[in-house]
Design a protein around this ligand. Structure first.
Ligand code: ADP
Length: 484
């Protein structure tokens, strides 16, 4: 598989084609600002073409047996696994994360293809005892129809398969628009789908520099029966409002503001290790990244000592360099947001434990690098306490009681992930039940898997991806009442 084959084309109805406008846009490496390729600049008319192709393919695809659809997904899984290194290298180039993390993400992306190859065969209906003796009730699960999907740049392979795999498994067809920062990874995923023999029109890709016109067509075209989106809460709300006009089904995976709570009965060294690993994953550009680290006052000193020692040893740089664990931020706007949150916190009395500046030495000024940063004495008045931090900054807040920290943790409009460290089983259960978040890690920093439902409460989203729940989002429920 050659990396730049078809990279500047859309994939519609089984063909690699130019955008209607003939235009392309440049794609850059965020670590050094160098151009790495071009992608087709699709627009509303391309999206409409792709939706028509998906509609045309829907009947046949939905009419295959679940076993047949499963085989295509299994083939795609095998091809993705075989191409893991190639995809991982492209991801590090295009998105910036360290190569080891890219390899992990490709595996995670492939896991969704495998999981839904299996789950396709387990879409069960049911029969229900009817109130009349001459009546029978039967419930069928059927695919919703054409799906429109929009994915973000932070996980440019796995966010694509997390939507495409369950949609195809359910019998839906799909049109996907990836983020403008990472179209090349999406092109590679669609090349794999093509090579796996997935029939023309079943999976379509429309890359675009300007997302809004494509998004509008997704919302307005009546052939689209379901919209699935991963990205910011702000854009998710716009799309949800639009989708409501035709009562389209929607799934939204939006922002998060995860609390990470370290109780006095936990081991502060173990907790600090976990916090350092998950906070700085993907340079903090993860919706389940801890955004508020609450530490019981009695163990604050050993926690900070260990946390600082780990964070200040983290290497920042190109994801291709050995030992680097912190890559670049995606763009200049992301860098500025981080800088603003840090200076606001410092102005309002936070203490800088380490980091706290843009990195420019050794050519790092060619990318958007920010030193891994730890702030202590953070208070609820600071921007960083409320705003999602999509960067390598860890704000630490002291607390004195379980009741107080529960109220502080739940004091957010978001509700995606939360983490707690405790060795008290009763407390773990109390917190698990009382935290208003969709994913709770209990002494565990990685509560995610293709097998598990991922998603948020409140303004973090609607619906779940992964697990049994992930395929439900693409299925309608139909009741048959038979008089016999
Ligand atoms: P982020 O802040 O993570 O970049 P965005 O919500 O801006 O989050 O982007 C996530 C995805 O949403 C990307 O694919 C982006 O192109 C897309 N997007 C952004 N604005 C719109 C819009 N108005 N309509 C449709 N898609 C959009």
């Amino acid at each position: 598989m050659q990396s730049n084959d078809h990279a500047n084309k859309l994939y519609i109805d089984g063909q690699w084609v130019n955008a209607d406008s003939g235009a392309t846009f440049d794609v850059f490496n965020p670590a050094n600002g160098e151009k790495i390729g071009e992608a087709a600049d699709g627009s509303g008319s391309d999206a409409a073409r792709a939706i028509e192709a998906a509609q045309k393919a829907f009947g046949q695809w939905a009419g295959l047996t679940a076993h047949q659809r499963s085989e295509y997904l299994y083939e795609a899984y095998q091809k993705m696994t075989a191409n893991r290194e190639h995809l991982a290298r492209l991801m590090t180039e295009e998105q910036g994360k360290p190569l080891k993390a890219s390899r992990g993400e490709v595996q995670y992306g492939a896991d969704f293809l495998l999981w839904y190859a299996e789950e396709a065969k387990r879409v069960y209906g049911k029969t229900i005892p009817a109130p009349r003796s001459d009546q029978r009730f039967m419930v069928l699960r059927q695919p919703v129809g054409v799906v429109a999907a929009i994915t973000p740049w932070n996980y440019p392979v796995s966010m694509v398969t997390r939507k495409v795999a369950p949609a195809l498994a359910a019998g839906c067809t799909i049109v996907l628009k990836p983020a403008e920062a990472t179209p090349l990874c999406a092109v590679e995923v669609f090349k794999i789908l093509h090579e796996a023999g997935i029939p023309a029109g079943v999976a379509n890709l429309v890359t675009a520099l300007n997302p809004a016109p494509v998004g509008e067509v997704f919302v307005q075209n009546p052939l689209v029966r379901k919209l699935t989106f991963t990205g910011s809460t702000e854009v998710g709300k716009i799309l949800a409002e639009g989708a409501a006009r035709q009562v389209k089904r929607i799934s939204l995976e939006l922002g998060g503001h995860a609390p990470f709570i370290v109780f006095e009965d936990s081991d502060p060294v173990h907790a600090a290790k976990g916090a350092a690993l998950i906070k700085f994953l993907n340079t903090g550009q993860t919706c389940i990244s801890p955004n508020r680290i609450f530490v019981h006052r009695s163990i604050m000193a050993p926690f900070i000592r260990e946390f600082k020692s780990r964070v200040s040893r983290m290497l920042t740089g190109s994801g291709f360099e050995d030992g680097v664990s912190i890559g670049p931020l995606v763009d200049n706007a992301a860098l500025q947001k981080v800088q603003q949150q840090v200076s606001d916190a410092l102005d309002q009395g936070a203490a800088l434990v380490c980091g706290g500046r843009r990195l420019t030495e050794d050519n790092l000024d060619r990318g958007h690098f920010y030193a891994p940063t730890v702030l202590s004495d953070v208070t609820p008045q600071m921007l960083i306490f409320r705003e999602e931090t999509f960067g390598p900054v860890a704000p630490i807040i002291a607390f004195d009681s379980e009741e107080e920290v529960l109220a502080l943790a739940n004091d957010t409009n978001y509700g995606l992930a939360a983490y707690i460290y405790t060795n008290n089983l009763s407390r773990a259960m109390r917190m698990f039940e009382a935290l208003n978040f969709g994913i709770i890690g209990i002494n565990d920093i990685n509560p995610t898997s293709a097998a598990a439902p991922f998603g948020g409460m409140q303004e973090s989203g609607l619906g779940r991806e992964g697990g049994r729940e992930g395929i439900e989002e693409y299925l309608e429920t139909k009741l048959g009442g038979f008089s016999i």
